[in-house]
Every structure is written in structure tokens, then in C-alpha cells.
Design a protein around this ligand. Structure first.
Ligand SMILES: *[C@@H]1O[C@H](CO)[C@@H](O)[C@H](O)[C@H]1NC(C)=O
Ligand SMILES: *[C@@H]1O[C@H](CO)[C@@H](O)[C@H](O)[C@H]1NC(C)=O
Ligand SMILES: *[C@@H]1O[C@H](CO)[C@@H](O)[C@H](O)[C@H]1NC(C)=O
Length: 310
């Protein structure tokens, strides 16, 4: 029997927040105050927070060596419901070729993230950006090696915790089952924009008018998950999947033409939670500003908490 949404919701675990925090922690982390306030206001919601000073842990005077980053990440990590994960990437050509970053380089970046823990910032695992969405370039072995390294290297488990968090970001669908088989905590298998092309690409927007993207839920609430995501990844992988939606402004065009209102935000987030998706994020603009409504960080965390409790 095909499970109904109701039975799925009853058996699913909570949908976490996966926050790509690509904003600089200006004012000694003061720029992140709205995120800290939302963490405090929603203690039952777990937030995996991606820390990314410079497409990785950062060079000299960056990242943990920058007092502003050190202060900002220390303050965030002090929240019991925040799990900080450090970004690394597998590509040397901006994502064109995946898994061509020399293994020694990417593991050196992962070890560098472990030094943040020695400096007092509780990094709990790794976000692997520019992860593969097909099996070319021996990527399955590369990702298996990396995942095993992160989860079992004693110097890493001593710092990240007994079971370090591992998240892959191919940024979209493709051939993902070989990667789900490696048992990462999450794969970002749908990352897209809500608004129509004609309104994409403003200040701080993550959408570009030149991109071709799945206008999120353009066929109605839950349609991007039901019609694009699940047919590709298989519904059984929902709990290990993250759905990230940015550019929540204006309207999403034919056919449903939903408007970016608070009421629609609630419906869309409920639609994600009811489908048993492991983690999500909605934002009005891109990953560098989190206070613009309607999908401000405070409101998104509040709505997600409520949807989990429903
Ligand atoms: C890999 O690391 C070596 C040694 O630090 C460096 O010279 C090289 O530029 C790095 N390669 C890439 C693609 O980052
Ligand atoms: C994975 O690790 C094995 C064993 O250490 C090694 O032989 C192989 O070359 C690695 N493959 C990739 C793609 O990193
Ligand atoms: C979608 O709705 C907006 C107003 O919310 C309207 O301006 C626009 O013309 C509509 N687009 C379509 C294709 O119906």
C-alpha cells in the first residue's frame, strides 16, 4: 500500500534546519544575532549550520584566525540546538569537474576544520560542497574514502565527536543512490529558487536570471518534491535529503502562481515536513542575508518548529 501523507507524517522524524551561513560575522559575530535569537526561540529545532569563510576553512588570517569569525562561531556553537559543520569542496574548477581536488588537499582542509575545535569552536562534522551527482571520475570511491576518513580518523572523531556529521551537496538531482548508500547524514538533492526568472538576481539574491531552475512548487504545494525530487531519489531516501529554497519573493509563475506571502511560506514548509524530508531551509534572498521577510530566519525557524510539532 502506498503510504499516505498522514501516515508519513506520523512516522517521520522531525525536519531539521540546514542553514548555509555564508554571511560574514561582522561586529564580532553581531551580524549573526538574528540567527542566535531564532536558535534561542526554537530550542526543539536542530539547526545544522554550514560554516564557510572562504570555500573552505580559510587561509592565513581567515576563518578561525580572524577574531570576528572566532567570536561569531563560538557564540553560535554555544547553542545546544546548533550543530556547526565546516565546508570543503571537491572541485578545482568551480564545480565543472567533481572529485578532482587532490585527496591530500581536501583531507588537509578537513583536518584544518578540526583545529577549530582546539581553538574552542565545536565543529561537529563536514559539509562536502561540489559533491557529485553522477558516478564519473571515480567519484563513488572518492566520496566513500572521504566519508570513512571523516567518520573514523581518530584525530577527527576526538574533535568532531564520536559520530561526525557528513553532508553532501551535489545541489540537485542526478544519480544519487550510490551516494545515499554511503550513509551520509544528508544529501542536498534539491536546491532551487522560488521566484520567476524576471525577478531573479537582485541584491543578495541566490537566483540568477540566467539560470534554468525548478521554480519551487510551481505546480502547487509539495509539487517539486512529489514530481521532481522523489521520482529521482526515491521517497525512501527522504529522511536523508535536504531541500533548500531561496529567492522566496514575488511569485512563482505558471501554473500555481503562488505568491511569496507568510501564509504560503507556512504551507510550503508544512509540505516539506509532511513528506518526511530530513532538513530544509527557506530564505527570501540568498545565503548572505537572513533578515528580509517574509522568509526571515526567525520566521522560518518558528514555522518549521510548529510544522514539526503538528
Ligand atoms: C594542493 O595543495 C598543495 C600544497 O599545499 C598546493 O600547492 C596546491 O595548489 C593545492 N591544489 C589545489 C587544487 O588546491
Ligand atoms: C580510495 O582509497 C583507496 C585505499 O586507500 C585508494 O586505493 C584509492 O585510490 C582511493 N580512491 C580515491 C578515488 O580516492
Ligand atoms: C502571478 O501573480 C502576480 C501577482 O501576484 C501577477 O502579477 C502575475 O501576472 C501572475 N502571473 C501569472 C502567469 O499568472
Amino acid at each position: 500500500m502506498k503510504p499516505t501523507l498522514l501516515t508519513l507524517a506520523a512516522t517521520a522524524t522531525a525536519t531539521e534546519l540546514l542553514l548555509p551561513l555564508y554571511q560574514f560575522p561582522a561586529n564580532n559575530g553581531g551580524a549573526w544575532a538574528p540567527i542566535e535569537a531564532a536558535l534561542t526561540a526554537n530550542p526543539s529545532l536542530t539547526a545544522k549550520v554550514i560554516i564557510n569563510p572562504s570555500n573552505g576553512p580559510g587561509g592565513p588570517n581567515q576563518g578561525i584566525e580572524d577574531p570576528q569569525y572566532a567570536a561569531g562561531t563560538k557564540a553560535l556553537a554555544a547553542h545546544a540546538n546548533a550543530q556547526l559543520i565546516g565546508c570543503v569542496h571537491t572541485s578545482t574548477d568551480g564545480g565543472q569537474t567533481r572529485c578532482n581536488m587532490p585527496y591530500a588537499n581536501i583531507t588537509a582542509d578537513i583536518r584544518k576544520w578540526a583545529t577549530w575545535v582546539d581553538a574552542g569552536v565545536a565543529i561537529r562534522g563536514i559539509f562536502i560542497d561540489e559533491a557529485p551527482a553522477n558516478t564519473a571520475n571515480d567519484c563513488v570511491n572518492y566520496m566513500r574514502n572521504l566519508t570513512t576518513f571523516i567518520r573514523t580518523d581518530p584525530d577527527l572523531t576526538a574533535r568532531f565527536g564520536a559520530r561526525p556529521i557528513v553532508v553532501y551537496n551535489p545541489g540537485g538531482t542526478g544519480t544519487l543512490q550510490p551516494y545515499y548508500d554511503l550513509q551520509p547524514d544528508l544529501i542536498v538533492a534539491l536546491e532551487t529558487c522560488f521566484t520567476v526568472q524576471e525577478h531573479a538576481g537582485g541584491d543578495y539574491d541566490q537566483c540568477s536570471a540566467a539560470d534554468v531552475y525548478e521554480r519551487y512548487d510551481h505546480d502547487g504545494v509539495g509539487s517539486s518534491i512529489d514530481n521532481v525530487l522523489f521520482p529521482n531519489i526515491g521517497q525512501a531516501n527522504a529522511a536523508r535529503t535536504a531541500v533548500l529554497v531561496h529567492g522566496f519573493h514575488h511569485f512563482n509563475g505558471p501554473a500555481a502562481n503562488l505568491s511569496a506571502t507568510d501564509a504560503v511560506l507556512e504551507q510550503l514548509i508544512r509540505g516539506v515536513v509532511q513528506r518526511g524530508v530530513g532538513a530544509t531551509f527557506f530564505n527570501t534572498a540568498g545565503y548572505h542575508t537572513f533578515t528580509d521577510g517574509p522568509a526571515s530566519i526567525g520566521r522560518v525557524m518558528e514555522v518549521l518548529s510548529a510544522a514539526n510539532a503538528a
